[in-house]
Ligand binder design. Structure first.
Ligand code: PMP
Length: 373
């Protein structure tokens, strides 16, 4: 958007580096002609929100006139109890997005570098540029994180390393051993931000060890969100865990009342509803693997799904059917998906795992389009 506005020579003059930012493009909920679509473009929970969380939200909504608890004390206690963490070392944000920005703001500025892997989460570029730091992109290894490439890209100026695990938009997972190796290779004065927005979709034995690493190391900050498996994307609640020093720095710069009363109440209830989370995970993982199998059966038409540990699949179109045509064809079936030319993936379409009916319909349309192309 900013690209299309001509700024006059005189003021108010934005910072140069802000002009280098391309605003985040949210997942679509409508076709180009405005037709509303089922949103498989933002990795939300297709099952919705747990009843317990909805009830807690409604009860908390009775009080709208007073500010929310600025310390989010009960929320931190609930998160701490769930994960065995010291609540004093937990911070909360308006979505985990805010926490990513806080990490960049607290530790990097003009002249510094912020490092992440190619096809990393789109907000890392914005977070780096927003503070005037230089984004540095390390090459991937077949769409997954290449720890050696990341370590090779570290310079004296590197201040922050962002890594989403599992990653969006690729869905790929970096193993616990590789995360430990990456951390061991980083200087202690570099903040390692491990973004675990999709961690709740993993089985226990797939844990990347990030929270344990952050418990013991002073330079690791782990972020999580209530927007994905907990079905609370509308409430904008994220949380982060790190050393007392990191948490102190980030508290200094977060917005004063950055998580709402209803959001805090809903999140506390959501984190206590284990059945809902388990049901959401089971549903997701079953239909993700089913859809991956369908895509694999279209490999002779040039379709390939990157192995995913998240609630979405990145499908590459390397045959006659293009990702753009597939996206448009899916509009006709009523589905919004995420085409990714802006993230260097013009042949990639990211599709959130929906309900069974939605997933079957998506697969059927992909098959029809691939076979007709
Ligand atoms: N990290 C990753 C990897 C994500 O995919 C997202 C959401 N798309 C976020 C962070 C931010 O999520 P939220 O602000 O809703 O917590």
């Amino acid at each position: 958007m900013t690209d299309t506005i001509a700024y006059p020579a005189a003021y108010p003059a934005p910072k140069d580096w802000i002009l280098g930012i391309h605003a985040y493009v949210p997942g679509k909920a409508a076709a180009d002609d405005g037709r509303p679509l089922v949103k498989l473009s933002a990795n939300e929970n297709p099952l919705g929100t747990s009843q317990a969380a909805r009830d807690a939200f409604m009860t908390a909504a009775a009080d709208m006139a007073t500010y929310p608890d600025p310390a989010a004390a009960k929320l931190r206690e609930a998160i701490g109890a769930k994960h065995g963490l010291d609540p004093a070392r937990i911070i909360y944000g308006t979505g985990s997005d805010e926490l990513l920005h806080l990490a960049a703001s607290g530790y990097a500025g003009p002249g510094d570098e912020i490092l992440y892997v190619r096809y990393g989460f789109a907000v890392y570029d914005i977070a780096a540029r927003r503070v005037g730091a230089t984004p540095v992109i390390a090459p991937d290894k077949d769409y997954a994180t290449d720890v050696d490439a990341l370590l090779a890209a570290v310079t004296e100026r590197t201040k922050v390393v962002f890594l989403a695990n599992p990653n969006n938009p690729t869905g790929t997972m970096t193993s616990r051993a590789e995360i430990a190796r990456l951390h061991a290779g980083l200087r202690p004065d570099i903040l390692f931000v491990l973004d675990q927005a999709y961690a709740e979709y993993l089985d226990e034995d797939e844990d990347d060890g990030g929270l344990a690493l952050a418990r013991d190391a002073s330079n690791v900050f782990v972020t999580r969100t209530f927007s994905k498996i907990y079905g609370l994307a509308a409430e904008r609640i994220g949380w982060g865990y790190g050393s007392p020093e990191v948490i102190d720095i980030l508290h200094r710069i977060r917005a004063p009342f950055n998580v709402t009363t209803v959001g805090q109440a809903a999140a506390i209830a959501a984190i206590g509803d284990d059945d809902w989370v388990a049901r959401s995970r089971t549903h997701n993982n079953q239909w993700r693997e089913w859809l991956a199998g369908e895509v694999a059966s279209l490999s002779n038409h040039g379709l390939r799904a990157i192995p995913s540990k998240t609630n979405f699949l990145l499908i590459l179109f390397e045959g006659k059917l293009t990702a753009e045509a597939a996206m448009k064809g899916l509009w006709d079936e009523g589905f919004a998906t995420r085409w990714l030319p802006g993230q260097g993936l013009p042949n990639g379409l990211r599709i959130t795992i929906g309900t069974e009916e939605q997933t079957r319909a998506v697969a059927a349309k992909l098959r029809a389009m691939a076979e007709a192309a």
